[in-house]
Design a protein around this ligand. Structure first.
Ligand code: THU
Length: 130
């Protein structure tokens, strides 16, 4: 799966962002190991704490369809520097292991990283085995 297609789909999803408060649009496209793609956009709420990021929307859509093995996620936003996933999204990504994270800026510049690199020293389910 080429990254260009994922970037295009993430940009299309970004247009669906519901952002009346921040006006900050984010789009995501998640590729599963089985080859399926799930997109997401950020969805804000007048009760601000209920807002949810684009990455989590894409991940929750995938998981709700029975997909938990991820190859990569592309995140796009109209930022000068490549967008970075927030801490909460890093933790949600880490629940599903290590996969590539591709972050894209307004001009199409790309930064590549991985869940493990973005969230070292993380909390995980092993700590619950007490
Ligand atoms: N946001 C995302 O959707 N993903 C990120 O990685 C960072 C932030 C959203 C949340 C909120 O709707 C808006 O961007 C401003 O924080």
């Amino acid at each position: 799966m080429n990254d260009e297609l994922l970037i295009k789909l993430a940009n299309e999803a970004k247009e669906n962002a519901h952002v009346p408060y921040s006006k900050f649009r984010v789009g995501a496209a998640l590729l599963t190991k089985s080859g399926k793609i799930y997109t997401g956009c950020n969805i804000e709420n007048s009760s601000f704490g209920l807002s949810v990021c684009a990455e989590r929307v894409a991940i929750f859509k995938a998981v709700s369809e029975g997909e938990k093995d991820f190859e990569k996620i592309v995140i796009v936003a109209d930022t000068d520097e490549t967008i970075r996933p927030c801490g909460a999204c890093r933790q949600v990504m880490a629940e599903f292991g290590d996969f590539e994270v591709i972050m894209v800026s307004k001009k199409g510049e790309i930064s590549r990283s991985s869940v493990r690199k973005l969230l070292p020293y993380r909390f995980n389910g092993d700590f619950l085995k007490i």
